[in-house]
Design a binder for this molecule. Structure first.
Ligand code: NAD
Ligand code: TYD
Length: 354
């Protein structure tokens, strides 16, 4: 069986749903259930005998050690993290704890367990660490895209904490021989993404008749990848990735934030026109920029494409259309996650930007 940490979050839950759809191998989902963890994402597999949930914090080494002792996984995939840049600016503490100390704890528990395995199982064991392109810092317009050899230059508390976790994973391979593989992916979008990140918050606010907040002048660029394509890249890296290596994963879909917002508005105008006949574009509002806002991210995914044969199936248009349709069909999911805590976050993040 395999372990997935952070499996109740956006990417982790997509990964588990995809995995159980394709494989008979059981998966244990280890999640603390922060504001971003939502078991409703996994409702369809709740009764699947190959799905096990354990509410455990990565900061609890004893509980993690009990879980590996009990289930004896052949692989551990680490998705768990605090993942939102704006939250890391307002309060970096949880990012240091979960992303750095939590990854360290998981590595320590894994190292101890791995050391006890018979030789053949030791060889086939994998620790797969899910990371981000944000560890590479920010690109200027004419810079080449991030490759696996681009030096790390993280700029936010979030990306710095992810960079630290990547370094720990690297060190555990180099020093102890732990069989690790790391993936560094660009911005994901798709079903089950919490409406604090750009794409789901724009869809949600548009439908609620609220402002669509665009930081600065909207010219910052991100590379966007549909979440299921990311999950497939992770599976390939788990199966065929070379030990100790990192693989960049990206969609070849660089877009300015303003283009993303405009495309969402255009699609909603067609699929769910406003009752007053006006375009959703009229809800766009430019707000105060994020401090230290990275200008541009771009991924060179040649290595994973050439070595592992990965290719994204969706382009931005098809992926975004699926995503918007999912949010339109799942308005109850959204209203369930938009709780009191969420409203507090909106006040904290957006009040000062007006
Ligand atoms: P998310 O915030 O939606 O989910 C994170 C999950 O981790 C939640 O279920 C949360 O409850 C859990 N978690 C948090 N702290 C924990 C702890 N201490 N112990 C156990 N569980 C804990 O994040 P996501 O967007 O699904 O991202 C998953 C991973 O992918 C992260 O490591 C992130 O850095 C990486 N990543 C994300 C993106 C993106 O665009 N979202 C892109 C590249 C890489
Ligand atoms: P986000 O989804 O938070 O991902 P990240 O910061 O990890 O790239 O933001 C994507 C881009 O959208 C980023 O340049 C910041 C911008 N943004 C807005 O313009 N308005 C918003 O309300 C949010 C949340 C993000």
């Amino acid at each position: 069986m395999i372990f997935v940490t952070g499996g109740a979050g956006f990417i982790g839950s997509n990964f588990i749903l995809n995995w159980l759809d394709k494989h008979k191998e059981p998966v244990v989902n280890i999640d603390k259930l922060t504001y971003a963890g939502n078991l409703e994402n996994l409702k369809s597999v709740e009764c699947n005998p190959n799905y096990i949930f354990a509410k455990v914090d990565l900061l609890d080494q004893t509980a993690l050690a009990e879980l590996v002792g009990k289930y004896k996984p052949r692989a551990i995939l680490n998705f768990a993290a605090e993942s939102h840049v704006d939250r890391s600016i307002h309060g970096p503490g949880d990012f240091i704890q979960t992303n750095i100390v939590g990854t360290f704890n998981l590595l320590e528990v894994t190292r101890a367990y791995w050391g006890t395995l018979p030789e053949a199982e030791k060889k086939s064991f994998r620790f797969l660490h899910v990371s981000t392109d944000e560890v590479y810092g920010s690109l200027e317009m004419n810079d080449p895209a991030f490759s696996e050899t681009t030096p790390y230059a993280p700029n936010s508390p979030y990306s710095a904490s992810k960079a630290a976790s990547d370094h720990l994973v690297r060190a555990y391979h180099h020093t102890y021989g732990l069989p690790t593989v790391t993936t560094n992916c660009s911005n994901n979008y798709g079903p089950y993404q919490f409406p604090e990140k750009l794409i789901p918050i724009v869809i949600h606010n548009a439908l609620k008749g609220k402002d669509l907040p665009i930081y600065g002048d909207g010219s910052n660029i991100r590379d966007w990848l549909y979440v299921v394509d990311h999950c497939e890249a992770i599976e390939l890296a788990l199966d065929k990735g070379r030990l100790g290596e990192t693989y960049n994963v990206g969609g070849w879909n660089e877009k300015k934030n303003i283009e993303v917002v405009d495309t969402i508005c255009g699609t909603l105008d067609k699929l769910r026109p406003r009752s007053d006949g006006k375009s959703y574009l009229t809800q766009k509002v430019f707000v105060k920029d994020r401090p230290g806002h990275d200008k541009r991210y771009a991924i060179d995914a040649t290595k994973i494409e050439k070595e592992l044969g990965w290719k994204p199936k969706e382009n931005f248009e098809t992926g975004l259309a699926k995503t918007i349709k999912w949010y339109l069909d799942n308005e109850t999911w959204v209203s369930n996650v938009v709780s009191g805590n969420y409203r507090e976050w909106l006040d904290k993040n957006y009040e000062g930007r007006k």
